[in-house]
Design a protein around this ligand. Structure first.
Ligand code: DX5
Ligand code: ZN
Length: 218
């Protein structure tokens, strides 16, 4: 079984002091930081850009940047994010562009790659890409905003992708994002997920160390 990994989402951190929020994550011994990039087009919101990642690197943040691109034209920006310090770059299946070529290019740039699907997108839409990726990100909310309720109807899709991974001997991580907390995280784990993005549930937790410890034991 893939070990469980918690990736706190910087979107729910302090936007006036992002380095401090990242240090909170690192101080707990966590290694991943989920960074949400929105273009106001693919999703109705705006967040960070490549310069945000570069500035965090200059501030000596050494976390693994799990960079989730919610962009209509991700291929135009992957090089900038790779240069800025991304470790993994995930791209959505929904917009029309050359997904396989973009995934290959992400690896050429020295990053891990990931493919993302929205709650309404069936697992079959990404099945052909599974041998080409380091991570599959299953959205458990409609992307665009933190703090939305978890979509339980997505659980069978997580189980389907986990079954394909097992049957085919594939090694990609299976990540969930949106409304993941102490109640819904274990449900995702039971369905086969191993990598857990948590924004509000992590940053607003009264005891972040206990929250992280719970996910480490999942
Ligand atoms: C939503 C983003 C998420 C967001 C999750 O579009 O992709 O990563 O930060 O936030 P919570 O955990 O608060 O739902
Ligand atoms: Zn995200």
């Amino acid at each position: 079984m893939f070990s469980s990994l918690l990736a706190p989402s910087l979107l729910a951190g302090d936007h006036a002091n992002l380095a401090s929020s990242a240090r909170t994550v690192a101080a707990l011994g966590l290694s991943w930081l989920h960074v949400d990039i929105m273009d106001g087009h693919f999703v109705p919101n705006l967040t960070f850009g490549p310069e945000t990642l570069a500035a965090l690197r200059r501030a000596k943040i050494e976390l693994f940047f799990d960079t989730h691109l919610m962009l209509s034209e991700p291929a135009r920006y992957i090089e900038s994010f790779a240069k800025a310090g991304a470790n993994l770059i995930s791209i959505h299946i929904e917009p029309a562009y050359d997904h396989a070529a973009t995934l290959a290019r992400i690896r050429e740039l020295g990053c891990q790659n990931g493919i993302v699907l929205n709650p309404g997108t069936p697992a079959g839409a990404i099945e052909h890409l599974l041998p080409l990726v380091d991570l599959v990100l299953v959205m458990t909310v409609q992307p665009g905003f933190g703090g939305q309720p978890f979509r339980r109807d997505v659980l069978p899709k997580i189980a389907q992708i986990a079954a394909w991974r097992r049957e085919r001997g594939l090694k990609f991580r299976l990540e969930v994002d949106g409304g993941v907390d102490l109640a819904t995280g274990p449900e995702c784990r039971a369905a086969g997920a191993d990598t857990f993005v948590a924004g509000n549930a992590f940053f607003k937790a009264t005891d972040q160390a206990a929250f992280a410890a719970t996910f480490a034991r999942l």
